[in-house]
Write a protein that binds this ligand. Structure first.
Ligand code: FE
Length: 222
């Protein structure tokens, strides 16, 4: 299966360094050096402006993130028509809310039910639905998660503090460069009549990867 990894080159901003633990704070890793060299070259040749690069990075760090996905889920919880559309053609339904862009061209939404819990992994690398979830968390890219999610999903969920009823099946979806998954967690009880904005506050990033459940109302109270 073709599985390219354009997103693996997308962390040029990640040159924040850990200055503790006895490391040389000024020492750059080989990857940092390569990124810096490439960035200098592009700027020197006039292909990019540093400000444009910063703006792009800023966008992914602050504007595109799990709140986008939370909005999608909250709307699906509130509007059966939107939920049906999301399940039929997630890319179009998500685009209709203005969440478009790289790594989200072909989206599939999978809905949790009492019978079935969905969990997303990329066993080969770290494919992830950027427009709705932003940049992937570190653990999502870890070899441990990538291998164990498939072999022992219930054990992984336990590590995340999630215990499902015995009878609930767990389905693990393997992301690829072509297809990215968004989990629609179950709507928590006691949220009848809530606005979409309020509901969105219950939808954590991990609940849309499937390694958590949506927050309960009492968890966000106060
Ligand atoms: Fe990947």
């Amino acid at each position: 299966m073709p599985h390219d990894h354009p997103h693996h080159h997308d962390h040029p901003h990640d040159h924040g360094h850990d200055h503790g633990h006895g490391h040389e704070g000024s020492e750059l890793s080989p990857m940092d050096l390569r990124v810096r060299a490439l960035e200098s070259l592009l700027v020197e040749k006039g292909y990019v402006q540093p400000a444009a690069l910063d703006a792009l990075i800023e966008t992914y760090e602050t504007k595109i993130g799990p709140r986008n996905g939370a909005q999608v889920v909250a709307k699906a919880w509130s509007d059966p028509g939107f939920l049906a559309w999301l399940r039929r053609d997630a890319s179009a339904a998500i685009h209709s809310l203005g969440h478009t862009g790289r790594q989200g061209e072909h989206m599939v939404a999978v809905e949790n039910t009492p019978e079935e819990h969905n969990m997303v992994v990329c066993t080969l690398c770290s494919c992830y639905p950027w427009p709705v979830l932003g940049l992937p968390p570190t653990w999502y890219k870890s070899p441990a998660y990538r291998s164990r999610a498939v072999i022992d999903p219930r054990g992984v969920l336990a590590d995340f503090g999630v215990t499902l009823p015995e009878g609930t099946r767990i389905r693990v979806w393997d992301s690829t460069a072509e297809t990215r998954y968004l989990v629609i967690p179950m709507r928590p009880a006691g949220t009848e009549g809530w606005s979409e904005a309020r509901l969105a506050g219950l939808v954590s990033r991990d609940s849309m990867i499937g390694t958590a459940l949506a927050r309960r109302p009492e968890e966000v109270a106060a």
